[in-house]
Design a protein around this ligand. Structure first.
Ligand SMILES: Nc1nc2c(ncn2[C@@H]2O[C@H](COP(=O)(O)OP(=O)(O)OP(=O)(O)O)[C@@H](O)[C@H]2O)c(=O)[nH]1
Length: 727
């Protein structure tokens, strides 16, 4: 989630940088104007002091003399420049920076530095990009460019003390006690994951004396008659698993791989196996839909051998349980197989000391505010504990289980809803208990600072990338100017730039038309994350850009509608609502709101929306085909017109439609007929099995016996996006 937000922020920052580069370009043109007009004076001073560019005693003397030559008028203008420093751009500089570094810090072309030093004692012709500049010249360049100088604090920033909170070292084995397994159910679409989870959850509800309504908290506990417990994660399968893994959160101990006995191993079955292998998590195989007549569990087991999943019957160590999630058949056997595997894994945790855990989901609960569900992995969570996760912290006000029952303690492997968060942590964020509120604030502050640093670094990299491109273009342009003097080069460049008119806003808007800006809203953090992960697979930007404007948790708001209106975007909601007022407002503003309850339907809808933005494709529909049996020519006036004697093999030939001539599988002509005859009669249509003579609107084409003539029509059909999200 954070990564997505970061991406969006980067996008916005990138736009800002592009705007800055554009205005830089305009300023640059202005600067070149000035130099063209003042070049006479500049040449004179440069020749007067043909000194090396680095300061030494001689140059200092020369400089002081040069300063004496400055007129009163110039002094006045410099003074007024100084008095307006408040509004000037600030440039961070340091002692010993190179010409290139200074240009970069100023966000200007390297030539701007040369230009600024032109009327000084510096011999700019011997000044290279990597040459170090003395303090006096750095100041001079900044002053001449109308900017404000700021000495870099880089060193101070680097030594800022790390205030992050980290996990404790591994626990003393003597403190470890057995814990229940945490299980994720994975498998191909429609193989029955949801049904299986529901059945397991209901088994639990039925097993509870009081019954009750189960809450969706991203995970639930199943207790077996033997007293053993299993924690099932029920966040959107792969996506949540991948998101957690991406953050280095290893929450799952066992994967139950669901394969439908009537369908066998499919694409996402193989992906699930890969996920399990990558994370080194063992598998229990649930062969589902065994109630169906066409079920073939043995076939499934055989197919899995190709993916190194070897069931016990085949001499391997993977337990396979034949189940029916629909009827509930063998649910207990599946739970027992999971427990058996967990026992082999000897899962243990330390229930003492500060808590460590992982965020499963975050969502807003009406009346309760931000709620985070988590799996505790170490220590015991109690009311009043102070926690940090990502860039958020909490003082635990209330804890509850999936049955909405308030609990006072949560031990390792327990799923728990936590209330008291100041902000939303993201799925997969590591939860750590800290000693006090000030310490929690300090950690969050440090993490935000660190993120800011990271952002700055990215910005710099982006600028650097742009700069390199610019430098490369500049180098190439320079090659063109050969051995011309710097000032002559500058003048030519100015003339070229003047000819290049900047793009008008209207043209720009036109160029952006194949962009689909979207806003994603979901009921919980995990579902938004799942959708965003699917969107990460988008690879059809060449057809239509998919631009994520905003994503978040909660119902569709007026703000979302306003955003969509501004960006001409579409709002997608997963398991959320859009109230009447919002719907009306969206309709008024022409904003589409698309609400879904199944992720892949939402993605299908997105694919349709993307497809609708593509230009139509023209498809050829064959009406009839004929083969050429004889060729001859007739004389019309002075012209000889080639004629093909044909037999219609399929469909019919219609004179008014389009035709093509095919030789050895290659189309050698496309166009219209000028005549179509049956014996001597002109006809408009000729059907299968009949012979005809025809001539083309292109007289230079020579028919050959064995060629084919195809009569067809063109139809515009809607294009389909080439993006395949993989299901
Ligand atoms: N006959 C039979 N049908 C089943 C069984 N399990 C699930 N189904 C049906 O198969 C279809 C898909 O089941 P889901 O539980 O939604 O499958 P899923 O894997 O969660 O699908 P996604 O959420 O789309 O990935 C539904 O119509 C279920 O009723 C079973 O054991 N037997």
């Amino acid at each position: 989630m954070n990564q997505k937000i970061l991406k969006l922020e980067n996008l916005l920052r990138f736009h800002t940088i592009c705007r800055q580069l554009h205005s830089l370009y305009q300023r640059r043109m202005l600067a070149q104007w000035r130099h063209v007009f003042s070049s006479a004076y500049l040449v004179w001073t440069a020749q007067l002091y043909p000194q090396p560019w680095q300061t030494h005693a001689l140059i200092r003397t020369a400089l002081s003399q040069h300063r004496l030559l400055v007129t009163k008028k110039e002094k006045k203008s410099q003074k007024s420049q100084l008095s307006s420093t408040k509004s000037k751009k600030e440039v961070e500089v340091w002692i010993g920076m190179t010409v290139e570094e200074l240009a970069r810090a100023m966000e200007k072309d390297i030539d701007c530095v040369y230009e600024s030093l032109l009327n000084t004692a510096v011999d700019i012709d011997s000044l290279e990009a990597h040459s170090h500049l003395d303090e006096v010249w750095i100041k001079e360049v900044i002053k001449k460019s109308g900017m404000k100088l700021k000495w870099s604090k880089l060193k101070q920033d680097k030594v800022r003390e790390n205030k992050d909170a980290v996990k404790r070292p591994q626990a003393d084995p003597a403190l470890l006690i057995p814990r229940s397994p945490v299980v994720t159910i994975m498998g191909h679409v429609d193989h029955g994951k949801t049904t299986l989870l529901d059945k397991l959850r209901k088994t639990q509800v039925a097993a509870m004396e009081a019954g009750g309504i189960t809450q969706h908290i991203g995970a639930f506990l199943v207790s077996l008659p033997s007293g053993e417990k299993i924690t099932f994660l029920d966040t959107p399968g792969h996506a949540a698993f991948s998101a957690m893994r991406a953050r280095g959160a290893q929450v799952t101990d066992i994967i139950i791989l669901v394969v439908a006995a009537d369908d066998g191993v499919m694409k996402q079955t193989v992906e699930s196996i890969q996920h399990a292998k990558d994370a080194q998590v063992p598998i229990v195989l649930a062969i589902n839909k065994c109630d169906k007549a066409e079920a073939d569990p043995e076939k499934v087991k055989k197919e899995l051998l190709a993916y190194d999943v070897v069931c016990e019957d085949y001499g391997g160590d993977v337990q396979a349980v034949h189940v029916s999630a629909l009827t509930g058949d063998n649910m207990m056997a599946l739970a027992e197989a999971t427990i058996a595997l967990a026992e082999m894994l000897e899962l243990k945790a330390d229930p003492t000391g500060p808590v460590e855990g992982t965020v499963i989901e975050s969502f807003t609960d009406k009346g309760r505010g931000p709620v985070t569900t988590a799996i505790i992995q170490r220590g015991t969570l109690r009311k009043g504990s102070i926690l940090v996760a990502g860039k958020s912290w909490a003082k635990v006000r209330l804890m509850f289980d999936e049955n909405d029952k308030v609990i006072n303690e949560a031990c390792p492997s327990m799923p728990v809803g936590i209330i008291g968060w100041r902000d939303f942590p993201s799925a997969g964020d590591e939860i750590l208990e800290v000693e006090s509120e000030p310490r929690a604030r300090e950690v969050v502050h440090w993490r935000k600072y660190e993120q800011e640093q990271e952002k700055n670094k990215e910005d710099l990299e982006l600028i650097e990338e742009k700069r390199k491109e610019h430098q490369e273009a500049h180098r190439k342009a320079r090659e063109k100017y050969g051995t011309l003097h710097w000032k002559a080069r500058s003048f030519i460049k100015y003339k070229i730039k003047k000819q290049q008119q900047p793009l008008k806003p209207k043209e720009k808007a036109g160029g952006d038309s194949n962009v689909l800006p979207i806003i994603i809203k979901g009921d919980v953090d995990g579902s938004v994350e799942a959708i965003l992960n699917i969107m990460d697979t988008y690879d059809a930007s060449h057809e239509c850009e998919l631009e994520l404007v905003h994503s978040g948790v909660g119902d569709i708001s007026e703000n979302d509608v306003n955003l969509a209106e501004t960006f001409h975007g579409v709002i997608y909601g997963f398991n959320v609502n859009a109230g009447n007022v919002i719907q009306q407002s969206a309709a008024k503003k022409g904003v589409k709101i698309k609400l879904h309850k199944i992720i892949y339907r939402l993605i299908e809808d997105l694919q349709e929306e993307l497809s609708s933005r593509l230009p139509c494709i023209v498809e050829e529909h064959t009406i009839g085909e004929a083969s050429i049996l004889a060729t001859f020519s007739i004389t019309e006036g002075k012209k000889k017109v080639p004629v093909a004697g044909c037999r219609v093999q399929k469909g019919q030939l219609e004179k008014q439609k389009k035709f093509k001539l095919i030789r050895n599988g290659h189309v050698i002509w496309k166009g219209s007929l000028i005549s179509l005859k049956h014996h001597k009669d002109d006809i408009s249509v000729i059907k299968t099995g009949m012979d005809c003579g025809l001539s083309l609107d292109e007289e230079k084409i020579e028919f050959k016996v064995g060629d084919d003539i195809v009569c067809y029509e063109e139809k515009e059909v809607l294009a389909k996006t080439s993006w395949d999200p993989g299901f």
